[in-house]
Design a protein around this ligand. Sequence first.
Ligand code: TYM
Length: 334
Amino acid sequence: KPRVFSGIQPSGGLTLGNYLGALKRFAAFQGTGPETIYCLVDLHALTVWQDPALLADRTREAAAAFMAAGVDPKQSILFNQSQVPAHAELAWLFNTVARLGWMNRMTQFKDKAGKNSENVSLGLYAYPALMAADILAYHGTLVPVGEDQKQHVELTRDIAAKFNHDYGTEFFPSPEPLIEGAATRVMSLRDGSKKMSKSDPSDASRINLTDDADAISQKIRKARTDAEPLPGRMSDLAARPEARNLVNIYAALTDETPDAVLARFEGQGFGAFKPALSEVAVATLGPITRRMQEYLADPAEIDRILGDGAMRADAIAHPIVEETKAIMGLLRSR
Ligand code: TYM
């Protein structure tokens, strides 16, 4: 039975990359058939130190962003990870299945750990096994993510396959990464070779979901570009990463193909394109930011929604973890 599962770390404000690569697509899966389960992965956020006074607020803010982007907590299950014990429990079981060699190949760990990997948390290293647990605790089969999470979903498939092989079962399905649309990898506005990220030290490199119209326009105006006019087709932008990025963002915001956008702007420069992009960005993000603020005005209601989601999530995940333990031979006497 197909089931959509995805998650976002509540470790700071969300960006336009999170919105176009993930949130917007999460909402689109609702009502298409499969059950949709969306998780604020606060246990993942802890892999780098979080200020305890801020983490709960950031979790509420991320929940507000999901709902403002169209995730309906009645149609979908929306909850934060730490309220459902299955995630941490299955992650331990998967730590015994995953191989060190697999973890050593994870490019996100290498990027985040840098040269001084002696001093990062063990959790940061084990993180992909927790992500596999997130997905497989629900027998998730469809995983909408941005390009940067592809390797982690592939590792999830490897863990599922090795578990099934080692225990002679077909218990876990093989989840598929869904990486679709024009904005699977939104790049920094300051450097077309870097991903747009909430952890980039330069705020000008990203559009935050909490930015107002002035901030959005200013960041787009200052976005790095070249001086060439736009061509008529994406294939002619191969060597112009900054230009490609802005066209992809425009296309993802308006649900067009990048080629359809270029067909309208062919021959024009960024003096014309950037104001047009600002206009669609403000028109799309403005209402989302406003709805976010409305949700955030009632934090107790957000907590109630996440608590309800956690109960529904637990009802699915708990029996799957119990069955996993039974398959592995763990004694159960009550
Ligand atoms: P995170 O929190 O870094 O990002 C959340 C989602 O946003 C996507 N994304 C982007 N997409 C396009 N362009 C960008 N610049 C950009 N930046 C981020 C990410 O690909 C992701 O889909 N490990 C995950 C969270 C996670 C998860 C899971 C995802 C934990 N468990 C289970 C799916 C299934 C992460 O850190 O995403």
